[in-house]
Design a protein around this ligand. Structure first.
Ligand SMILES: NC(=O)c1ccc[n+]([C@@H]2O[C@H](COP(=O)([O-])OP(=O)(O)OC[C@H]3O[C@@H](n4cnc5c(N)ncnc54)[C@H](OP(=O)(O)O)[C@@H]3O)[C@@H](O)[C@H]2O)c1
Length: 108
């Protein structure tokens, strides 16, 4: 089973992505700063984690918990949409808060 992390999973694109991936055979780690908003997503292949992507200590704890998984897909959705795109472009060397550090911590 492939494994995905989705940030900003409480609503909108993130929420829909968690549903889509889980319905298509992914194990999904759905991160949200408010677990009460994602509790209804929990299933055999969806687990939820409390994560504010502007909090670097939370990001580090998140990474410590999941560092040994084989990550197939990171949907770095929270934080204005810049995280995933700028990470791919290579702009993720700057700063230590926000969605880019999620990428930096999670990618090998
Ligand atoms: N909707 C579109 O048509 C569209 C088109 C192109 C690009 N995008 C991009 O796709 C992304 C999602 O869009 P959307 O329309 O689904 O937005 P949205 O409905 O406002 O959802 C944003 C998500 O990000 C979470 N979030 C915000 N700040 C956070 C933080 N500091 N830590 C953790 N989670 C945080 C929100 O959680 P809370 O519930 O806790 O606030 C929510 O789950 C955005 O970055 C947007 O720029 C959207």
């Amino acid at each position: 089973m492939k494994t995905a992390i989705v940030t900003g999973a409480s609503k909108g694109v993130g929420y829909a992505t968690v549903k889509l991936l889980s319905e298509n055979g992914y194990k999904v780690i759905a991160a949200s700063r408010d677990l009460s908003k994602v509790s209804n997503l929990v299933s055999d292949n969806v687990e939820v984690y409390s994560l504010d992507i502007t909090n670097s200590s939370e990001i580090k704890k998140f990474y410590e918990k999941y560092k040994d998984i084989t990550l197939d897909l990171l949907v770095n959705n929270a934080g204005g949409g810049a995280g995933l795109f700028s990470a791919i472009i290579g702009g993720w060397a700057n700063g230590d808060v926000g969605s880019q550090p999620v990428t930096k911590e999670v990618l090998p």
